[in-house]
Design a protein around this ligand. Structure first.
Ligand SMILES: O=C(O)CNC(=O)[C@H](CS)NC(=O)CCC(=O)C(=O)O
Length: 271
């Protein structure tokens, strides 16, 4: 099974209407480029201009305006859409940083709430967001290929990707808002490639663009080769995700099967 998949990048801001236009525009561009699935960035629905802002007022439910409009767009385009939003949780809890995978029929196929919050490099995401517990792996199937989802800072935790791969994922969708900076941009690409190599899996990493974030959305194949990239400007990059290529790489590099360490099932670590 071979099918073209896309990563899309733009910068969302405080204007939800504008963000929705960027998101649905990206779906259109992706489908016109032949993609069967498109990964949009983390926080596609809303990005706070001030990192100290209380996000509660902007959060939405999964049947709220953003996901509903994106479902309509996915269904009209006939492709799978993965995107991030700030999700309302029952008060007084802070919102969740959530990903949805919407099928080509417009129905939600999987939901993932960010487990590792970005309390690093001077940020304190946990001041505004509730970290999710570790639950069932967030996987979904598209045309016979199993996909898993991770969010941004989760990329730095190899066990989070491995959890999805152990659940059968052969492609990882990674919406992000990766903060810019020369060493940070190196981390982004090196970590995305490392997750692809060590899991012999595709990685589709889609990030917000500048000035705050670094863009540079990429598609990495199971050998760790960057097969498509979107550069710095808003846009879309497309590459073929191929089960034949996957099988060839896994025959050549059977590292998943060569593991020696006995790994405990993932559990929620105390916070
Ligand atoms: O604050 C913003 O405007 C946008 N950023 C985000 O929404 C999120 C949470 S603060 N960013 C990350 O997780 C970046 C991770 C990262 O950059 C790394 O791991 O190095």
């Amino acid at each position: 099974m071979d099918f073209p998949a896309a990563v899309a990048q733009f910068a969302s801001g405080p204007d939800k209407q504008l963000n929705l236009k960027s998101a649905t525009g990206a779906v259109d561009t992706a489908v016109r480029a032949g993609a069967r699935l498109v990964v949009l960035p983390e926080n596609s629905m809303y990005a706070a201009p001030d990192p100290a802002e209380d996000l509660t007022a902007h959060a939405e439910d999964l049947d709220g305006p953003f996901v509903t409009a994106l479902s309509v767009a996915a269904r009209a385009a006939g492709i799978t859409v993965v995107a991030g939003l700030t999700e309302r949780l029952p008060e007084p809890a802070r919102p969740a940083n959530t990903l949805v995978a919407i099928g080509a029929d417009g129905a939600i196929r999987a939901v993932y709430r960010k487990v590792h919050l970005y309390d690093a490099f001077g940020y304190r995401e946990s001041d505004h967001i509730t970290p999710a517990d570790i639950t069932e792996p967030a996987v979904f199937d598209v045309d016979g290929l199993r996909w898993g989802m991770l969010t941004c800072y989760d990329l730095r935790f190899p066990e989070a990707a491995r959890y999805l791969v152990d659940a059968g994922a052969v492609a990882l969708a990674l919406p992000a808002a990766w903060l810019a900076g020369p060493a940070k941009e190196d981390h982004w690409q090196v970590l995305a490639r490392a997750r692809a190599i060590e899991n012999t899996a595709y990685v589709l990493a889609a990030g917000q663009t500048g000035p705050v974030c670094c863009g540079q959305s990429i598609i990495v194949d199971p050998m760790g080769i960057v097969v498509a990239g979107a550069g710095e400007a808003p846009g879309v990059a497309v590459a073929t995700v191929s089960s034949t290529r996957l099988e060839e790489v896994r025959l050549t590099n059977p590292s998943l099967g060569n593991r020696r360490f006995q790994v405990e099932p993932a559990r929620l670590a105390p916070r």
